[in-house]
Each structure stands twice: as structure tokens, then as C-alpha cells.
Design a protein around this ligand. Structure first.
Ligand code: P5A
Length: 437
């Protein structure tokens, strides 16, 4: 994209309403704009990040065998009366009436809806197991929406649901998702640690939260340093091998990890001292096993192998897709701005033309821009070099290709790596090769 023709409204001033660094940087880098409390519009660069995150989630869900669907944001109150959650959910639910005075709501989650869809479509145990997910907007009327997209009212969530014939199957689905989540967060360039959690309004008796480590996280976290080095690849754990899933789950749950709410000093004392890590975490995902809570309440049963009716065992699995944009910035920035991990950066490189209007410099920039296509943001604005440097650091693309008239005369550019700050004078091909890697 050409910056001169893009809506990437960067700000020099720090917005007064933003208390936390990711919120400030998301506003300053022109990624989002607030529309109401906890409700944001995503501008072009911000939407690219959101899509990059969602696509990594999609790829890892597919590898784990989950199927993508899309359910509506608006749901009927009737559905929620069936499970008993319509009254129980409280003021966090945004309740709406349509023109016929029917009670509707903006979905805060979709356990009921998918249970009803399954009830209509699945009659036999032979159709199980099933694992389905969507990436869709949710609304929760949080008492205190704050910290930008970290705690919004409208937010983008990946929500997945599993249906199994029995407890063993449900546990395998749960373990499969835990592995998928660890792989998903690793691909995004951040470290996430799973921690035992309470189940809250979703219900059930087994749940883990996934926390990204960041100094500004809402929860205090305590974990064993071995989490930092666990091998997660296909060679280590294969989804198709039940023993692998069990071994993975045992490894994850045998290591100490807890938020301050669940911290256990006695167990902590048993972790070798040089392995103890304390910090703060942001919850970017949570998974739940809740058995037949919804299938029973909503009368969803299949015919089992012996002809008897069986209520399927269920779990649900959430990732805060919009929250991740803020959480990753909390984990990866410096005083100058965002430092995007490669996999989710809106652009791989910015091209900085330091002498807009100079024929040789312009021609070289155009050549690089052509070569990189949609992976590059070309700063072709009629602006001072200092402004371009500051904006490139603020926006945080992994590479900056700096093109000035002196280098351009020799077909050379300066290549800066945002994360390390390393700079090198290179000819164009060498610079392109590094950026494309
Ligand atoms: C699991 C999927 C559920 O809702 N039902 C379907 C289950 N889980 S959850 O933990 O309540 O939410 C899943 C993830 O969504 C993110 N999240 C939020 N992100 C931004 N603003 C919010 N107000 C918000 N609330 C939840 C979190 O990352 C959470 O882990």
C-alpha cells in the first residue's frame, strides 16, 4: 500500500484516554478508533493484523481437525431459556427486542446455539465426535470496558465446541485443543502458558486459561521455566495418536503454573528455585470441559451403540482474537512503538523514501515496491525523513527499507531490522532476499 493514499492516521500525541501501552500504540499507529465505550472500528492496518491472527487460528484449528462454521451474532432469548442461562447471565448480556416485540440478544457466546443445531442434525453416535468453531463478534456489556481491545464490549472471538459420545472422547478433544492452542500462540511469536482456572458462567469442572506473559497483564502468574522450552512440533506430538495427546497433557499439567487466584505456596516451594518464574499475564484463551450440562438441559441425545439415548459430552474453547492484537503489543514493544512478530505484522516491510520527488530515489522505491507487492507499505508521503523514521518505528513492521539519494545512485538501500535495530547497507537484491525470508 502507498501510505500517501492509505487511511493509516498515525498520531504524534499520546491520546489522553488510553491508560495502557497497547491501547496508546494502537491509537497512535492508526490501527483502531473508538466508537463507543469498549467498541472499536478497525482501520486498514489494524484489520490486517486481525486477519493475520484469525488465519493462524484457522490453520491450526484445521490441523487439529476442527471445522469452521459461522453463526449469527443475534440470538433468540428462547434458546437461552432452554439452558437456563437467560436469567442467569445477568447484565453482561445485551438484550434487544425486535419489531414484533420478540426478545433477542447479541450473543456473548454460542454453546446454546450450536447445541440446538446439533440436536437438529445429529441422531446417531456414528455422527460423533464433532469439533466445530467460528470466528465471530461477541458482545458482553462489561461493567468496566478498559485497556482498549483488551477488555472490550464488542470483541472478536474464536469459539469452538466439541461433541463426543463419552467422557474419554471428550477428554481427548480437550487435550487436542490444548495442543492446538499452544501451537497457535507459538506461531504468533508469543509465549503462552496454560493454567488451571475456574469455569464461571460457562460451567463445568475442568478448565484452563492461556496467559501471554506481559508486564502489564491483569493477573499475577507463577510458572515453571520448563514451559519456555517445551517442544510442540508434530514430531513431538501427533494429533492422531491418543498416547501422544495424553503425554502432552500430562507434561502440561505436571509443571507448575497458576494465576495469583489459584497460587499454592506449598506446591510452588517444590519447584526448583532457578526454575521459578513470576510475572504478569493476559488471558488470551480459555478452554472448558462441561460434560452434559447443555446437551441434557436442551434435550440433545443421540442413539448410542446399544440403542439407548445418550447425551453427548461437550466442551468449549475460546481464543480472544481481538484481545490478542493488544496482548501481543503489550508483550512486544519499545519506547518508539510496536515491534510486530513476523507472522502477524500488517506489512513485512516499510519502504521509506527519504527524498520524495528525486527521480532516482523515486524510481528505486517503485522498483522495490513492485517487487514486494502487498507485503510492503511504501511511505511515499511528502514528509521529513525524521517523521518517516518515527512513523515506521511506531507502526512496527519487521523491516524498514530506507532509500536516500546517495545510496540510490549506487542502487543501494539501508535495511533496518525493527526488533534488533541492526542496520546494513545492501544492494537491492540482498535487501529483498532478507525481507522475503
Ligand atoms: C469458550 C468459547 C467462552 O466464552 N464459550 C465459547 C467459552 N470463554 S471465555 O473465556 O469467556 O472467552 C474466551 C476468550 O475471549 C476473550 N474475551 C475477551 N476479549 C476482549 N474483551 C472482552 N471483554 C473479552 N471477554 C473474553 C478472552 O481472551 C477469553 O479467553
Amino acid at each position: 500500500m502507498r501510505l500517501s493514499r492509505s487511511l493509516i492516521p498515525t498520531l504524534k500525541e499520546t491520546p489522553a484516554e488510553a491508560q495502557i501501552v497497547s491501547h496508546r500504540l494502537m491509537l497512535r499507529a492508526g490501527l483502531i478508533r473508538q466508537q463507543s465505550a469498549g467498541i472499536y472500528a478497525w482501520l486498514p492496518a489494524g484489520l490486517r493484523v486481525l486477519h493475520n491472527i484469525a488465519n493462524i487460528v484457522r490453520e491450526e484449528q484445521a490441523r487439529a481437525g476442527a471445522q469452521e462454521i459461522l453463526m449469527p451474532t443475534i440470538q433468540s432469548a428462547e434458546l437461552w431459556r432452554e439452558s437456563g442461562r437467560y436469567d442467569a447471565y445477568g447484565p453482561e448480556m445485551l438484550r434487544i427486542r425486535d419489531r414484533h416485540d420478540r426478545e433477542m440478544l447479541y450473543g456473548p457466546t454460542n454453546e446454546e446455539m450450536l447445541t440446538a443445531i446439533m440436536r437438529d442434525s445429529v441422531q446417531s453416535y456414528r455422527d460423533l465426535p464433532q469439533m466445530l468453531y467460528q470466528i465471530q463478534w461477541k458482545f458482553r456489556d462489561e461493567v468496566r470496558p478498559r485497556f482498549g481491545v483488551l477488555r472490550g464490549r464488542e470483541f472478536f472471538m474464536k469459539d469452538g465446541y466439541s461433541f463426543d459420545l463419552d467422557y474419554e472422547g471428550a477428554v481427548e478433544s480437550y487435550r487436542r485443543m490444548m495442543l492446538a492452542y499452544m501451537r497457535t500462540f507459538k506461531r504468533m511469536g508469543v509465549r503462552a502458558v496454560p493454567m488451571r482456572a475456574d469455569t464461571g458462567p460457562i460451567g463445568g469442572n475442568l478448565s484452563h486459561e492461556f496467559h501471554i506473559l506481559a508486564p502489564t497483564g491483569e493477573s499475577g502468574v507463577f510458572y515453571d521455566a520448563s514451559f519456555e522450552t517445551i517442544e510442540l512440533g508434530d514430531d513431538a506430538y501427533d494429533y492422531e495418536n491418543r498416547a501422544d495427546l495424553d503425554a502432552f497433557f500430562d507434561r502440561m499439567t505436571s509443571l507448575y503454573a497458576a494465576t495469583d487466584e489459584k497460587h499454592d505456596e506449598a506446591a510452588w516451594a517444590k519447584v526448583p528455585e532457578d526454575q521459578r518464574r513470576e510475572g504478569r499475564g493476559i488471558e488470551v484463551g480459555q478452554i472448558f470441559y462441561f460434560g452434559t450440562k447443555y446437551s441434557q438441559a436442551m434435550n440433545f441425545a443421540v442413539v448410542g451403540p446399544d440403542g439407548a439415548r445418550v447425551h453427548p459430552e461437550m466442551g468449549s474453547y475460546g481464543i480472544g482474537v481481538s484481545r490478542l492484537t493488544g496482548a501481543i503489543i503489550e508483550a512486544s514493544h519499545d519506547e518508539a512503538g510496536i515491534i510486530w512478530p513476523d507472522a502477524i505484522a500488517p506489512f513485512r516491510a516499510s519502504i521509506l523514501n527519504l527524498r520524495q520527488g528525486d527521480q532516482v530515489t523515486d524510481a528505486l522505491c517503485e522498483q522495490i515496491y513492485d517487487a514486494l507487492g502487498r507485503d510492503a507499505l511504501y511511505d511515499d508521503r511528502d514528509a521529513r525523513a525524521g517523521e518517516k523514521f518515527a512513523d515506521a518505528d511506531l507502526m512496527g513492521h519487521p523491516w524498514q527499507i530506507i532509500v536516500g539519494p546517495r545510496g540510490a545512485a549506487k542502487s543501494q538501500v539501508e535495511l533496518k531490522h525493527r526488533r534488533t535495530g541492526e542496520r546494513a547497507e545492501l544492494d537491492i537484491e540482498a535487501a529483498l532476499a532478507k525481507v522475503r525470508l
